[in-house]
Write a protein that binds this ligand. Structure first.
Ligand SMILES: Cc1cc2nc3c(=O)[nH]c(=O)nc-3n(C[C@H](O)[C@H](O)[C@H](O)COP(=O)(O)O)c2cc1C
Length: 201
């Protein structure tokens, strides 16, 4: 039996109708390693992050944007955990999503606000949906060495890398290793909605 390796339609099988962009978004590992993202599209994707809501409109999200071939791209790629390193260099852009934590005005100590990282996540969600609209794909990563990357980019004490986003053009999944291909074409699943609704009065 031959595997179906065309990953261009991995639309979610939803129980209620979603707008197409949401249903069609998924996180690939098989990007086109030669594709270059149009600069106007990249600016639009980042602009979507800029216009995401944030608590008190503090706008704590910062981004390190690294195009393939740049020194910054090599630095981010070098800071990924092995499993992610194996495929993420095929993305056109690697983006480090940074939370700028509040600094106490008197003590000058870095503090934690419950909303800062939440706001960064929301900015990345907006970015990823805009990317999907531009015909691009994103895959967010938690598997990276945050300490090493913070040092490499000389981040301030209140700037924390929360996640990395890979951004690029969908490629030919059949070029992936067997282990990665298996994940790439695995059925997309979610918990039932009823399990998520603690109260649905
Ligand atoms: C915060 C976060 C961290 C993630 N970390 C990784 C990672 O390190 N490596 C990876 O391959 N995928 C990672 N993912 C991707 C998730 O596994 C993926 O979004 C999830 O399985 C749902 O699949 P979908 O995005 O295709 O719907 C991460 C996603 C998020 C939101």
């Amino acid at each position: 039996m031959s595997l179906i390796t065309d990953t261009h339609n991995r639309r979610a099988d939803t129980d209620a109708p979603l707008i197409p962009i949401l249903a069609e978004r998924w996180s690939p590992r098989g990007y086109d390693a030669t594709a270059v993202v149009d600069e106007a599209a990249l600016t639009t994707v980042l602009e979507a992050a800029r216009w995401s809501p944030s608590a008190s409109n503090v706008q704590p999200a910062r981004f390190i944007v690294a195009r393939r071939g740049s020194k910054s791209f090599a630095t981010i790629h070098g800071g990924l955990m092995g499993f992610n390193q194996a495929w993420a260099d095929s993305a056109s852009v690697l983006i480090a999503n940074v939370a700028e934590l509040p600094v106490d005005a008197e003590t000058k100590l870095v503090t934690e606000s419950p909303w800062t990282r939440y706001d960064v996540g929301q900015a990345v969600a907006h970015l990823s949906i805009q990317a999907q609209h531009e015909g691009l794909h994103t895959h967010q990563l938690g598997g990276f060495d945050g300490v090493a990357l913070s040092e490499a980019f000389g981040l301030a004490a209140n700037q924390v890398i929360v996640t990395i986003t890979t951004l690029g053009v969908l490629g030919d999944a059949s070029t992936l290793s067997p282990a990665l291909l298996e994940r790439e074409i695995a059925p997309r699943t979610r918990k039932p909605l009823t399990e998520l609704l603690l109260v649905n009065d």
